[in-house]
Structure formats: structure tokens, C-alpha cells
Write a protein that binds this ligand. Structure first.
Ligand code: CMC
Length: 455
């Protein structure tokens, strides 16, 4: 693949035209005119999709020995690192679409497996495509028996996310063809395996962590029904999931399937850009998701609600948040500066779930936190609204998921998004190994001194 030649061409097309007079613009009105006050030279930089290419700044130099300008953007708050056709978020208006389909419509009419197909393939499946896809996923849910021994090796109180990071990475050792990432057949095979096996890994990790015998997949059940079976089946010969809870979990999976360039997706793309097999890249993505600011937030919300303990203590807790002592977990988002549309849907699901399980006593604390926060200038001025994690933990807890499995419940459905983003990155002619720049602020060159001469 003539990747580098293509990239160079694109680069050449997009660099700054140096020293143009601002009234002489080859890119018309779709350009940015910049004057470097160090040299007095003016440059014209093309604007494409509301962005300028950072590499165009490299032409802006004080002299031949100057490296050229770079952008400094810690945490990528204003940098697009890829073009993507998968997920669109309008954070100001609270809109989320997968491949153009609004999340509200998918949550109402679709299933997780159908949505995963959409995210991975770009369009909703026909009936036949859906049947084939569901059949394939259902028939790849089993794990190699050695995986059981690997899972048994963890300490009795191991966090299921720690087990998931390790076991999903270990899967690469079972499928040597997974390294053939530019072979479409091998690539698709690993996509199917990963989507199919993540629930089994997660369920095994949980059952092992509580000392229960592992439950094998049941091919008669749906994707989420089977997951519930592997988690909760005890002595009954056939596990029958409650249809309301099975559907609720399926909708939660739809809501978590992708979310454009979040921290774990960035990890997936960045690790994938050095071309390891997808199991290794997914292990990196799961690790990124584990943190309390990302997928670990649903677990932290529940711990926070327990800490608050009662509606009476809510005002006091909000005070501590405003003093910067604690964060209101499940609130705020880098992109949404309006109500997270997923949180709105989750609130509706919560009502359906609580009809079956009984009302979660922590719900009143959550509702009071939200009520007070949404009236408070601290939250209003910072545009902090409930995000996807604020209510999902309450649902999971009511469905009897142990709190440690909450981030795992995020990792399973997000696997579809990670894989779609990984494949898009691999096939994108403009992408290459991820390698940001830095501004060095350490000491200048100095000489090594023997130990007894050091202060
Ligand atoms: N509680 C209190 N203050 C907050 C919160 C919060 N949850 N989130 C942001 N702020 C304040 C923050 O202190 C800062 O205030 P100031 O301007 O006075 O310094 C301002 O709001 C901007 O915050 P930021 O940290 O610069 O925003 P960010 O875009 O870097 O962080 C975030 C986004 C999601 C990490 C953050 O809002 C947060 O920590 N939320 C709690 C954790 C959470 O719920 N995470 C789940 C995110 S949604 C699911 C997912 O995608 O993983």
C-alpha cells in the first residue's frame, strides 16, 4: 500500500502558503491568514472542515534552522486527530448519532447486536445479514479451556476489570493469525471473536472473583440473555432471563457502544497504530476505560451515593464539591455541555427496571443531587449535567450486578466501537503510527558525576 506517498501528497497540499499578502488568497475565503510578528511574514493556511492542519504551522519559521511552529494541546481539548464516519456528537445540543442514526431511535427499536453491526459495517443489516451475524457471534462465545486456569490464578479478590485487561490481551496468544491485520478475512474473524467472547471473559472473571463455578455460554439465549445466564445461573437446569431486565441491559449496551474519540478509543487507536493484533489493542482500551474519570465512573457514582447516605446530606456534599474537595461523579463531560442524551434514556429505563426489582433506595439521593446541582450556579456556569454514568450504576445495582462489575458492563458493549474505530484507523491512508510532539522543559545538557561527588 503506497501509504507514505499518499500521506506526503496530502501534506504537501495542506501546508501553509508562505509570505502571501492577505489580499491574495489562493484558498479563497476558506483560509486563515497569519502574520508572524517575529519576522513580519504572512502565511495563508487552508481551512478544511473547520480545522487547520497542525503540520501547516511547521512552515512558519524564524530562519532555516528553526524547527517551525507546533501546536500545544494537552489532553487534545481542541485537536481532531482523525476523520471518522462512525459517531457524531453535538455536545452543545445533546445529540448522539451512530452512523447517522439518532441514539433515541436505536435505543427504542434496535438490539445491541444489530447496533454493533451498524457501527462496524456502516449500515443496518438486512434480515439475512442480521441472522448470519447473530449466528456467528453466538457460535464464538466459548473460550479455550486454558483461559479458565488463567482466570483461576488471580487472587480471590481481584477486580474483574484487572482480570479483563489481562485475559483479553492473553486471547491474542490463542489466535496467531490475529497479527494479519491487513487481511480482511482474518480481521473480521477477530472482530467476531472479540464481540462474542467479551461477555464470557467478563462473566468468568466475576464468577471466579466470588468463588462460584463458571457457567458456559447458552446458545439458545440472546447476547445479553446469555451474559445474564453466565453471571447469575445457579442450580437451575435452564436459565431464563427476566425479559424486562434483559431488554434494559441490551439498551444500556446500545447506549455504550461507541462515543467517538474518548480516552479508551484514543488508546485503541494509538496502540493499534503500531499494528499489534486487536486483542492487545483492546487490552489497552479496557485499561484506559478502567479509570474513575472514564468507565470507572459508574462504580464511583454508586460509592458516592452510599457515602452521601441520605437525602439530608446532599446539600453538605454539594458544598464539598464546590469547595473542590470531591467531584460529583457522573456529572460533567468533555464534549456534552448539555444533558447527555444517554442519561435521559437511562432515566426512563430505570423506571422499567425498578418496577421489576423494586425502587433502589439510592435513587432518591441521586435525584436530589441532580435537582440541587442543576439549580446551582457552580454547575450551571460550568455546564455540568448528568452523564451516562449517573443513573446506570443504580440500574446495575438493582439488577444485582456487584459494583466491581460496573466498568466491565461498559467494556463489553464498547468493544464494538473500539473495533470499528481501530479498523477505520487502519484503513485510513492519512494515519500512521501515533507519535505526538512535546515541549521539553527539563534541564539542559549536563555531565554525569560519580556518586560520591554528588550533593
Ligand atoms: N464535579 C465537580 N466539578 C466538576 C466536575 C464534577 N464532576 N466535572 C468538572 N468539574 C469542574 C472542574 O473542576 C472545572 O472547574 P474549574 O473551571 O473551576 O477548574 C470545570 O468543571 C471543567 O472541568 P474539567 O475537569 O476541565 O473538564 P474535563 O472536560 O477535563 O473533564 C470529566 C471531563 C468527565 C473528566 C469531568 O467532568 C469529571 O471528572 N466528571 C466526573 C467523572 C465522570 O463522571 N466521568 C464519566 C464521563 S462520561 C462516561 C465516559 O465517557 O467515560
Amino acid at each position: 500500500m503506497p501509504r507514505s506517498a499518499e500521506t506526503e501528497n496530502t501534506k504537501a497540499k495542506n501546508t501553509a502558503s508562505s509570505q502571501v499578502a492577505t489580499n491574495d488568497r489562493p484558498h479563497g475565503r476558506h483560509s486563515l491568514s497569519v502574520t508572524d510578528n517575529r519576522t513580519g511574514k504572512s502565511y495563508e493556511i487552508p481551512i478544511e472542515n473547520g480545522t487547520v492542519r497542525a503540520i501547516a504551522l511547521r512552515d512558519i519559521k524564524t530562519g532555516p534552522d528553526d524547527f517551525g511552529l507546533m501546536t500545544y494541546d494537552p489532553a487534545f481539548t481542541n485537536t481532531a486527530h482523525c476523520k471518522s464516519q462512525i459517531t457524531m456528537i453535538d455536545g452543545d445540543r445533546g445529540i448522539l448519532n451512530y452512523r447517522g442514526y439518532p441514539i433515541e431511535q436505536l435505543a427504542e427499536h434496535s438490539t445491541y447486536l444489530e447496533t454493533a453491526y451498524l457501527i462496524l459495517n456502516g449500515d443496518l443489516p438486512t434480515r439475512q445479514q442480521h441472522e448470519e451475524w447473530a449466528f456467528e457471534i453466538t457460535h464464538h462465545t466459548f473460550l479455550h479451556e486454558n483461559m479458565k486456569r488463567l482466570i483461576e490464578a488471580f487472587r480471590y479478590d481481584a477486580h474483574p476489570m484487572g482480570i479483563l485487561v489481562s485475559t483479553v490481551g492473553a486471547l491474542s496468544t490463542f489466535y496467531s493469525e490475529a497479527k494479519s491485520i491487513f487481511d480482511p478475512v482474518a480481521r473480521r474473524q477477530q472482530v467476531v471473536r472479540l464481540i462474542a467472547k467479551m461477555p464470557t471473559l467478563a462473566a468468568f472473571a466475576y464468577r471466579a472473583s466470588v468463588g462460584l463455578p463458571l457457567v458456559y455460554p447458552d446458545n439458545d439465549l440472546s447476547y445479553t440473555g446469555n451474559f445474564l445466564n453466565m453471571l447469575f445461573r445457579m442450580a437451575e437446569p435452564k436459565y431464563r432471563p427476566n425479559p424486562v431486565l434483559e431488554r434494559a441491559l441490551d439498551v444500556l449496551f446500545i447506549l455504550h457502544a461507541d462515543h467517538e474519540q474518548n480516552c479508551s478509543t484514543l488508546a485503541m487507536r494509538a496502540v493499534g497504530s503500531s499494528h499489534p493484533d486487536p486483542y492487545s489493542a483492546v487490552a489497552a482500551a479496557v485499561a484506559a476505560l478502567y479509570g474513575p474519570l472514564h468507565g470507572g465512573a459508574n462504580e464511583m457514582v454508586l460509592r458516592m451515593l452510599k457515602e452521601v447516605g441520605s437525602v439530608r446530606n446532599v446539600s453538605e456534599y454539594i458544598k464539598r464539591v464546590k469547595q473542590g474537595q470531591v467531584r460529583l461523579m457522573g456529572f460533567g463531560h468533555r464534549v456534552y455541555k448539555n444533558y447527555d442524551p444517554r442519561a435521559r434514556i437511562i432515566k426512563q429505563i430505570a423506571d422499567q427496571v425498578f418496577e421489576v426489582t423494586g425502587r433502589n433506595p439510592l435513587l432518591d439521593i441521586a435525584l436530589e443531587l441532580e435537582r440541587i446541582a442543576l439549580q446551582d450556579d457552580y454547575f450551571i456556569s460550568r455546564k455540568l449535567y448528568p452523564n451516562v454514568d449517573f443513573y446506570s450504576g443504580l440500574i446495575y445495582q438493582s439488577m444485582k450486578f456487584p459494583v466491581e462489575t460496573f466498568p466491565v458492563l461498559f467494556a463489553i458493549p464498547r468493544t464494538a466501537g473500539w473495533l470499528a474505530q481501530w479498523e477505520e484507523m487502519l484503513l485510513d491512508q492519512e494515519q500512521k503510527i501515533a507519535r505526538p510532539r512535546q515541549i521539553y522543559t527539563g534541564p539542559p545538557r549536563r555531565d554525569y558525576r560519580p556518586m560520591d561527588e554528588r550533593m
